[in-house]
Design a protein around this ligand. Structure first.
Ligand code: MV4
Length: 447
């Protein structure tokens, strides 16, 4: 096992990794920007290194600084968390050539899944259902129109380098196609430096359901079940749950087997997530694979009892997973609300000083946060200040538990999304599990 790990991240996920390390008897090194000198991840790590000024590009994305910090502290491995360098194959490669273990998949797996058209092709070859669409990229507008006619409108044009909604265009009829096609290409080029796009049949009211897997170096892959992530806005998830109300034991098994087959087929190792779109008839289709630990991993931890971050560290050290598929049972129901420091109506960031901070507690409540009273939220990073996670026997109990925990959660000095979460949890449609990626449109927020 590693003696010392450097955490190339900040905020709650850096703390999450430090906690796992402490319980495993592993020393930790925090890196931080000058804006984060007083952060809890710096305080709780055994050592810390300042890696640059506030801007992410010069600190948390600064590969030479982070590698130097690992070298001067004798760190054997780097945990990238999520965001920043977590899905950057170049960073993983640099770690490898510096003799530092990257806690995540190989650069090759990351590259393959980072190209959404290639990922789609790989899923198809594995026998995972994909949406009807183009074979690889489409470069000619005429070819695109022809294909769209065959598929039937609406269709969606997606950037191969995309994910998270950028460079994506939904087309409802033939007359819109040409313009949407060039727009998607130029948006993709501007955002990712790659104009390549592909085309799929568009599902109008899908659910976003994803399968958490984890794989070891020996080729073992285990599914930890699904997460329902349909409650989102502008491609930012707001609420996640495990299980999904529409996934029964048989479907869970089938989706899990598909996800594991895909992981094995690309010799995937470490934690990963296969995202699916699901239609009203419970048909599921591969969307993309995330090659990192995700923000919403706690809901899976709550229903499985598995510590995903510890398992990531174990498998990165070459150890086998500490469990087999038949030892996984999904117990009860878990919900996570992402608490962001932002204006609840307009979703604009609300940086500043948190003047009072009282996180909830009690049975079945977990709060993953790096915030505290008098903490100053820097304007340079994302606006999430806490994840409020509950677990209970049933979904109804979990909703009530979340409602009482939200009532206890005091955050003063900045605006937060707590009132929005209270509103969503009170909705009859949410309570009945009647949700889709279109759920938030009912609030008619400005875009
Ligand atoms: C889709 C889709 C409907 N049909 N693809 C959004 C993010 C990007 N990774 C893919 N996305 C979508 N792809 C087909 N063929 C709808 C979305 C989509 C979406 C998906 C999951 C969660 C929220 C979403 C919000 C808008 C669009």
């Amino acid at each position: 096992m590693f003696k010392k790990i450097l955490i190339a991240n900040r905020g709650e996920i850096a703390l999450r990794v430090i906690r796992a390390c402490k319980e495993m008897g592993i020393k930790t090194v925090a890196v931080h920007s000058t804006a984060d000198a007083h952060s809890l991840h710096v305080r709780f790590a055994d050592q810390s290194v300042c890696i640059g000024p506030p801007q992410s590009a010069e600190s948390y994305l600064n590969v030479p600084s982070i590698i130097s910090a690992a070298e001067i502290t004798d760190s054997e491995a780097i945990h990238p968390g999520y965001g920043f360098l977590a899905e950057n194959p170049n960073f993983a490669e640099v770690c490898n050539s510096a003799g530092i273990r990257f806690i995540g998949p190989s650069p090759e797996s990351m590259k393959l899944m980072g190209d959404k058209a290639k990922a789609r092709e790989t899923a198809q070859k594995t026998g995972v259902p994909i949406l009807p669409g183009s074979e690889g990229i489409v470069t000619e507008e005429g070819v695109g129109i022809e294909l769209a006619r065959e598929l039937g409108f609406p269709v969606i044009i997606k950037a191969v380098a995309g994910g998270g909604g950028k460079g994506m265009r939904v087309v409802f009829n033939e007359t819109e196609f040409a313009q949407a096609f060039v727009m998607a290409q130029s948006e993709a080029l501007a955002a990712f430096g790659n104009a390549d796009v592909y085309i799929e049949k568009y599902i109008t009211q899908p659910r976003h359901i994803e399968i958490q897997i984890i794989a070891d170096e020996k080729g073992g892959a285990v599914s930890l079940g699904e997460r329902e992530c349909s409650i989102q806005r502008r491609h930012q998830k707001l609420i996640e749950e495990a299980k999904s109300v529409i996934v029964d034991e048989a479907l869970r098994k089938r989706m899990g087997e598909m996800a594991c087959a895909l992981a094995k087929n690309v010799r995937y190792r470490n934690a990963g997530t296969i995202e699916f779109l699901m239609d009203e008839n419970r048909n599921f289709y591969f969307m993309e694979m995330n090659t990192r630990v995700q923000v919403e991993h706690p809901v899976t931890e709550m229903v499985t009892g598995i510590d995903i971050v510890k398992e990531q560290i174990r498998v990165a050290a070459g150890m086998p997973l500490s469990f087999t598929q038949d030892q996984i049972t999904i117990r009860g129901h878990s919900i996570e609300c992402r608490i962001n420091a932002e204006c609840p109506e307009k979703f604009t960031p609300s940086p500043g000083t948190i003047t009072a901070f009282n996180p909830p507690g009690g049975p079945g409540v977990r709060v993953d946060t790096a915030a505290y009273t008098q903490y100053v939220i820097p304007p340079y990073y994302d606006s999430m200040i806490a994840k409020l996670i509950v677990h209970a026997d049933t979904r109804d109990d979990a909703i009530r538990r979340m409602q009482r925990a939200l009532d206890e959660f005091i955050v003063e000095g900045v605006k937060t999304t707590i009132p929005m979460h209270k509103k969503i949890l009170a909705e009859p449609d949410f309570q009945q599990g009647n949700i889709s990626t279109k759920f938030m449109e009912r609030y008619n927020n400005p875009t």
